[in-house]
Write a protein that binds this ligand. Structure first.
Ligand code: DGP
Length: 113
C-alpha cells in the first residue's frame, strides 16, 4: 500500500530501528515508546487490522507468534512482557497496518485500559 507508513518501513523507504526480520515479518522499535522496551511486530503483507485476518493471511499472524519468543529473548524480556493489538477506532488503532506491540522492561500496570 503506497500510503501506508509500515509498508514504507518494510520496503526501507522510511528508516526504522530493526530488531528482527525474515521473509514474512519485521520487528522494529516504536517511535513513541510507552514502556522501557516497546517494539512493533508487523507482517510484510499489508493486512489492515485484526478484523481482516482470514484463512488467506493467517500464516503471517501465526508466524509472528511463533517468532515472538525469539524476539523477546533478544530484547531480554525473559521476566515477561505484554502483547497488545489495537483494532479500529474504538481500539485507537492509528496505523492501519496490522501490528502487535511488545511492551516490557518493567513491571507493567495490571490495568489494561
Ligand atoms: P497503534 O496506535 O496501535 O496504531 O500504534 C501505532 C504505533 O506506531 C504508535 O505506537 C507509534 C508507532 N509509529 C507511528 N509511526 C511510526 C514510524 O514512522 N516509525 C516507528 N518506528 N513507529 C511509528
Amino acid at each position: 500500500m503506497s500510503d501506508c507508513i509500515f509498508c514504507k518501513i518494510i520496503d526501507g523507504s522510511i528508516p526504522s530501528n530493526k530488531v528482527y526480520e525474515d521473509e514474512k515479518i519485521l520487528a522494529f522499535y516504536d517511535l513513541e515508546p510507552q514502556a522501557p522496551v516497546h517494539v512493533l511486530v508487523v507482517p510484510k503483507q499489508h493486512i489492515c487490522c485484526a478484523n481482516a485476518i482470514d484463512e488467506s493471511n493467517v500464516d503471517y499472524v501465526a508466524h509472528i507468534f511463533t517468532k515472538i519468543p525469539e524476539i523477546t529473548k533478544k530484547l531480554n524480556l525473559e521476566n515477561g512482557y505484554r502483547i497488545v493489538n489495537n483494532c479500529g477506532d474504538d481500539g485507537c488503532q492509528s496505523v492501519k497496518h496490522l501490528h502487535f506491540h511488545i511492551l516490557g522492561g518493567k513491571k507493567l500496570d495490571s490495568q489494561m485500559c
